[in-house]
Design a protein around this ligand. Structure first.
Ligand code: PLP
Length: 435
């Protein structure tokens, strides 16, 4: 039992460097967060040694006395954290990630080649909601199912519900998916339920990005309207990397008959093998935290910080998709500045500000998207308040100004030429020091 630092200094050194990177810079990636010490500890336990295919009380391996108790506790806490009645809702806590949770959900609900409708990736949707391009089926959800995505309105940036409804009439989806990776606004669940009902389709919410807000009533409640709700546990919920699938139990709707058995079967044995028990324990700790008053205050602050960040950027004259935000994320459209998201991302990396390029509606190319996505959940975990985000906006503004000057200087539109200019820029070095 030699400690990591002694046994493998090479890996240990890289882990330490990554730790330093995470805490010395400004983390603005909307899908990331900083887990607590307790979550990290649970994730690094001996539970990783154990095989436990099956469900509590019905495993394919012996020795699962304690693992059963951990998984049952995790299920109970998941229902409590989202204020769900266990006679109406059940949960599977075994998905390894959000992507596997979504594929398992489809496996439970529909057959190969059935039709699904989710928000298009260039409109802010996630890959696993049926992403395909005009030339190629990209995600397994578009390879194994027929996908017809819906989009945001190119002018307002809000979901175009009228068009969605009209297209659903033609396409008659079996699953209508809501939820996104880059959509700063609230969902109209009542409208989506109405559309789903017209086609007797399942309404599935992938609340990965906003689950911490849903748990704390800082976002509308999808459980009121949906048949099935999936989530990751590592974004606003602030846990380890994993997924959850909530399903309706004892529903009187014919389509939901046997949903519990279908979901459990889809996770194992259809899509996965043995659960990652260390992660399930860490998710249980996360859910205990998510039910605490401190977490409610945290989620409120996440939203207040996102509003402040958005307002500060608009104050500098920048354009935001939909003009603002209802949640933890801000989609910043840099096309009016004739600047690309890729350049902002790379330049900010040099200044220890971490964010990601993101498509904004109407982008011609997904390879050089015209915007960046910003999120406030990680820095709020580091106790950032509104005034800190005003400062963050100032740094971002400085970065863009430096970038625009460099773009002019370099006389080329190519990212690699641009990088050559900014890499040696004293202004970038100064920004990094100030950050
Ligand atoms: N669903 C949504 C809405 C997401 O944004 C993401 C990831 O960013 C996922 C699913 C996939 O989660 P994972 O990366 O854990 O597979």
């Amino acid at each position: 039992n030699v400690p990591l630092a002694d046994y493998d200094p090479e890996i240990n050194d890289l882990v330490e460097k990554e730790k330093y990177r995470q805490f010395s810079g400004l983390e603005l990636i909307a899908s990331e967060n900083f887990t607590s010490q307790a979550v990290i500890e649970a994730n690094g336990t001996c539970l990783t040694n154990k095989y436990s295919e099956g469900l509590p009380g019905a495993r394919y391996y012996g020795g699962n006395e304690y693992i059963d108790q951990i998984e049952l506790l995790c299920q109970k806490r998941a229902l409590e954290a989202f204020h769900l009645d266990p006679t109406e809702w059940g949960v599977n806590v075994q998905p390894y990630s959000g992507s596997t949770a979504n594929f398992a959900a489809f496996t439970a609900l529909i057959s190969p080649q059935d039709r699904i409708m989710g928000l298009d990736l260039p409109s802010g949707g996630h890959l696993t909601h049926g992403y395909q391009t005009a030339k190629k089926k990209i995600s397994s959800s578009s390879i194994y199912f027929q996908s017809m995505p819906y989009q945001v309105d190119p002018v307002t940036g809000y979901i175009d519900y009228d068009r969605l409804e009209a297209n659903a009439k033609l396409f008659r989806p079996k699953v209508l998916i809501c939820g996104a990776s880059a959509y700063p606004r609230e969902w109209d669940y009542a409208r989506l339920r109405k559309v789903a009902n017209e086609h007797d389709a399942y309404l599935m919410m992938d609340m990965a990005h906003i689950s911490g807000l849903v748990a704390t009533h800082e976002a509308a409640n999808p459980f009121e309207f949906c048949d099935i709700v999936t989530t990751t546990t590592h974004k606003t919920l602030r846990g380890p990397r994993a997924g959850l699938i909530f399903f309706r139990r004892n529903s009187t709707e014919a389509r939901n008959k046997g949903l519990e058995g279908r979901v459990n079967m889809a996770v194992f044995p259809s899509c996965q093998g043995g659960p990652h028990n260390n992660t399930i324990a860490a998710v249980a700790v996360t859910l205990k935290q998510a039910a605490s008053p401190e977490f409610v205050a945290y989620a409120k602050q996440v939203r207040a910080n996102a509003r402040t960040l958005g307002e500060a950027l608009t104050g500098y004259g920048y354009k935001l998709v939909t003009g603002g935000t209802d949640n933890h994320s801000v989609l910043w459209d840099l096309r009016p500045q004739r600047f690309t998201g890729s350049k902002v991302e790379k330049l900010c990396d040099l200044a220890n500000i971490t964010l990601n390029k993101n498509a904004v509606h109407g982008d011609v190319s997904a390879v050089t998207p015209g915007g960046v996505r910003l999120g406030t959940s990680a820095l709020t975990s580091r106790s950032f308040k509104e005034a800190d985000f005003v400062k963050v906006a100032e740094f971002l503004h400085r970065a863009v100004q430096i970038g625009l000057k460099a773009q002019e200087q370099c006389g080329s539109r190519m990212l690699k030429d641009f990088l050559k200019v900014v890499e040696d820029s004293p202004e970038v070095a100064q920004l990094r020091t100030d950050v």
